[in-house]
Design a binder for this molecule. Structure first.
Ligand SMILES: [Zn+2]
Ligand SMILES: [Zn+2]
Length: 375
């Protein structure tokens, strides 16, 4: 990266300073001394959830990654609450995010590469006019066909200021808590939720487990998921970005996934993309094998029998993957017509299930092996 720092973007810097002082210092002190009205708390909650969901279910999973299709009322609602996030228009956000995925960790291309430092990934990339922060609209040609996206893009800043100042002022006057409304539902809500989103670029590339891939710095972290409406399972997300889920397991905190699923039940969302179970399990096992190999190498001559077990398990893993590829090829060859045949469909499904089960059992054996070698 260029050793001489580019000029500061004064508007961004001023905005961040003002909103963070008001939101994180003034608002809590004011709240402790004077308290906030119930109306201010309600608007705070509505805008916090609304803008959070707009980013995760809308900006991120719908528009940046196209992990599902949404009906226009849902798209309109997500675009509307996007005004409250103050994270720029969908078009600009998605353009940068797609570059982040394509060139993750690359200091010269990724807009917020963690390799350039924690602060840079968190906020620094917005405070200076870095060449990597430039928007490449060629990344989002598909989104230009969405009239809701384009309308939001054209009116982004007018609507953002109008809504973010107007709504708390009108409701503040109506309920007799103007300052409380502005500080809690305006400044504190905004500063808090922006830092939570920024954590995905900083903390979720620093702290947590790499269960699916170690080809990039993205991590899975349940604590970050709590702060980011489920976006903390970032290692899974970078490995399988076309999946509408980030928290794969049912118990993993991912309100983004729950909202999308709920919308699909009432017809507002469709074509939800899920990564085949086998592919997910295969990625996990590959990581387990890699870690186990490292441990065995460290153990040196102390673990010759385990090395044999390892080799046998690894061979079995490769065989299962080859079998799965054969089933895939079979399915393609059978063509769409054959898949209409019920018997053929059931036969294929059973074969997939058997192979998934094989990997699942192997993952269990490997976990035990890992513990044994460590002990
Ligand atoms: Zn993403
Ligand atoms: Zn990332």
């Amino acid at each position: 990266m260029n050793p001489t720092k580019p000029p500061i973007v004064k508007s961004n810097l001023t905005f961040f300073i003002v909103i963070n002082i008001l939101g994180l210092i003034v608002a809590p002190i004011y709240g402790l001394i004077f308290g906030f009205s119930a109306a201010a708390w309600i608007l705070f909650a509505v805008l916090l959830v609304g803008s959070g969901m707009a980013i995760t279910a809308g900006y991120h999973r719908l528009w940046s990654h196209r992990t599902y299709q949404a009906a226009w009322p849902l798209r309109a609602a997500l675009a509307f609450f996007g005004f409250f996030s103050i994270q720029n228009s969908i078009l600009i956000w998605a353009a940068r995010h797609r570059v982040h995925h394509r060139h993750v960790d690359d200091e010269d291309k990724d807009p917020h590469s963690i390799k350039t430092g924690f602060w840079h990934a968190h906020m620094g990339w917005m405070v200076r006019d870095w060449p990597t922060s430039e928007v490449d609209f060629d990344q989002v040609k598909d989104l230009k066909r969405d009239p809701i996206v384009m309308w939001q893009h054209r009116h982004y800043w007018t609507m953002t200021w109008l809504l973010n100042l107007g709504l708390p002022v009108v409701l503040g006057l109506a309920f007799g808590d103007l300052l409380g409304m502005l500080l809690l539902a305006g400044a504190f809500r905004l500063a808090f939720s922006q830092h939570c989103t920024f954590f995905i670029n900083s903390l979720a590339h620093t702290w947590g487990k790499r269960s699916y891939s170690d080809e990039n710095t993205a991590r899975d972290n349940g604590v970050i998921a709590l702060l980011t409406w489920g976006e903390g399972y970032h290692n899974f997300h970078h490995a399988f970005q076309a999946d509408y889920r980030n928290g794969l397991r049912w118990w993993q905190f991912d309100p983004g996934k729950w909202l999308i699923a709920a919308c699909s039940w009432v017809g507002l969302a469709r074509e939800l993309k899920r990564t085949p179970k086998f592919k997910i399990q295969r990625a996990r096992l590959q990581m387990q094998f890699r870690q186990l190999r490292e441990r065995l190498e460290q153990a040196g001559d102390a673990a010759p029998t385990w090395r044999e077990t390892f080799d046998r398990e690894y061979q079995q893993f490769k065989d299962t993957v080859a079998l799965w590829q054969a089933v895939q090829a079979d399915r393609v060859q059978a063509g769409a017509d054959a898949l209409r045949d019920r018997w053929r469909r059931i036969e294929l499904r059973t074969r997939y299930k058997e192979l998934e089960f094989r990997l699942k059992m192997q993952a269990r054996r490997l976990a035990t092996l890992q513990q044994t070698v460590t002990a």
